[in-house]
Design a protein around this ligand. Structure first.
Ligand SMILES: Cc1ncc(COP(=O)(O)O)c(C=O)c1O
Length: 449
């Protein structure tokens, strides 16, 4: 149904329009090339639609303003970092006040205990530790699991993402070999030495991989979100828990994105029973943060290990982790912003967003689909959503992805890059969602026969 010639022509004209609309962002990008690698602070940012990122000057609630004075409805929200909106007052006031009182002491503040107690209530994990990112939380939890089990490997799901943890940049070949993930700079070490990889939702492959009892920990997003949203099949989480227990492997559930499901993430909503939970991003209003919680059993074991290593550099942490500013911001977010009501208000917006997309899919008779997880929604250019990472990769259509992102961006809508994903927050209005519905329809109408 999509006419590829029309698509190419439409994309080219959107790219031209993008350049006309963004002279200041482009000028800033050119200046940055003198000192920032590729002209961006993080090298992947050249992969935004338009091939350069817009330069942000201001933000409020669910809106951003760029260097050219263009206002955007932000459905990306820092891909979860700003899931509670930009500058929510309850957090902004606390952050400003704490900045005046000092930010980083390398000593605990009372807020750390309050936050740990609240995370304990939400996720059911007994003990908590903090880090400066969810990547670090995953990395530290893996180290602890290895220390306790004395096993060398971790297991991840094909095409997963858990941050820039070296071992997890591993994928499977068609004949089942573990290789460095395509596009990963490095590799840091041959990933087949450190990592086992299986397809999500494949119970037999999981058991086969755990049988050797050399896996310290399985890292799983409870729903894959980084290769598109890929839900677990019925019974998969039960099997995952039973098999990890059977073979003495710890189970880490990474809720960094799936916190969009509810206050205790997917774990709480679906009564999962992991050994370790990792969370981060949105917890401190966009201030870098990570947190990892674990069971009493895991905590007692690692405490013993740490005790026996007394005097050596244990290196689990970092001087900036759990600093006073981050902890104050986290308390404000958990206490006053990321509440049960936040989800009650915003999950229906995700449903509305998807209904708008589906109306266009139906109108034009397209073989496309939508999916949703809590406040997070997504559309796919294939008839059914994927059930594992390989399928998700094979279903991707970069030409359509880039065109839809560009078309939205040129009309004041920012989607989450690398997916057609949108995240809902309090400040999104019905009018914001209706605007996306109308723009998406318009974009589609230009490329179909
Ligand atoms: C599931 C998951 N875990 C961990 C991370 C890493 O988070 P951070 O960027 O805070 O290190 C991400 C980032 O997107 C993620 O999606």
């Amino acid at each position: 149904m999509v006419n590829r010639e029309k698509l190419k022509a439409a994309y080219d004209s959107e790219l031209k329009l993008f350049h006309e609309l963004h002279p200041t962002s482009i000028k800033r990008f050119e200046a940055a090339r003198e000192c920032l690698l590729l002209g961006v602070p993080l090298n992947w940012m050249v992969r935004y639609a338009g091939k350069i990122p817009i330069s942000v000057d201001d933000s409020h609630g669910a809106h951003l303003t760029d260097a050219d004075g263009i206002d955007y409805i932000d459905f990306c929200l820092g891909d979860t970092g700003s899931m509670t909106g930009h500058g929510p007052k309850a957090a902004a006031d606390v952050i400003a006040a704490q900045a005046h009182k000092g930010t980083s002491f390398m000593l605990p503040t009372e807020d750390a205990t309050w936050n740990a107690k609240e995370l304990q209530r939400r996720f059911g994990m007994k003990y908590w530790q903090f880090s400066t990112s969810a990547t670090d939380a995953n990395r530290f939890a893996c180290r602890m699991a290895r220390q306790i089990t004395k096993r060398p490997k971790v297991l991840v799901f094909n095409w997963c993402y858990h941050g820039t943890v070296d071992e997890v940049f591993a994928t499977l070949t068609e004949d089942g070999k573990v290789i460095n993930r395509l596009g990963n700079i490095g590799p840091q070490v041959d990933p087949s030495v450190t990592t086992k990889v299986v397809e999500w939702n494949d119970v037999d492959a999981l058991e086969e991989a755990l049988k050797d009892r050399d896996v310290a920990v399985v890292l799983a997003e409870p729903v894959m979100t980084n290769i598109g949203i890929v839900h677990p099949l019925p019974g998969y989480h039960k099997a995952l828990r039973e098999l990890t227990r059977k073979y003495g492997t710890y189970l880490l559930i990474d809720e960094t994105h799936t916190i969009c499901t509810g206050i205790g993430g997917y774990t709480r909503e679906h009564n999962l029973d992991p050994d370790i939970v990792v969370v981060g991003k949105t917890l401190a209003s966009g201030i870098p943060v990570g947190a990892y919680g674990f069971t009493e059993e895991f905590g007692d074991k690692i405490a013993k290990e740490l005790d026996s290593l007394y005097g050596l550099v244990k290196g689990i942490g970092g001087t900036l982790a759990a600093n006073a500013l981050t902890m104050a911001a986290m308390k404000a977010i958990l206490k006053d912003v990321l509440t049960e009501d936040f989800y009650k208000r915003n999950i229906p917006k995700a449903e509305k967003f998807n209904a708008g997309v589906e109306a266009t899919i139906k109108e034009f008779g397209l073989p496309w689909s939508t999916t949703q997880l809590g406040t997070r929604t997504e559309y796919w250019f294939c008839p059914e959503v994927a059930k594992n990472g390989s399928e998700a990769v094979s279903f991707r259509d970069f030409d359509l992805d880039w065109y839809c992102h560009m078309y939205c961006l040129n009309r004041g809508i920012l989607m989450t890059p690398f997916h057609n994903m949108a995240i809902m927050t309090d400040a999104h209005t019905d009018a914001d969602i209706d605007k996306h519905t109308a723009i998406f329809r318009e974009a589609v109408s230009k490329i179909v026969d």
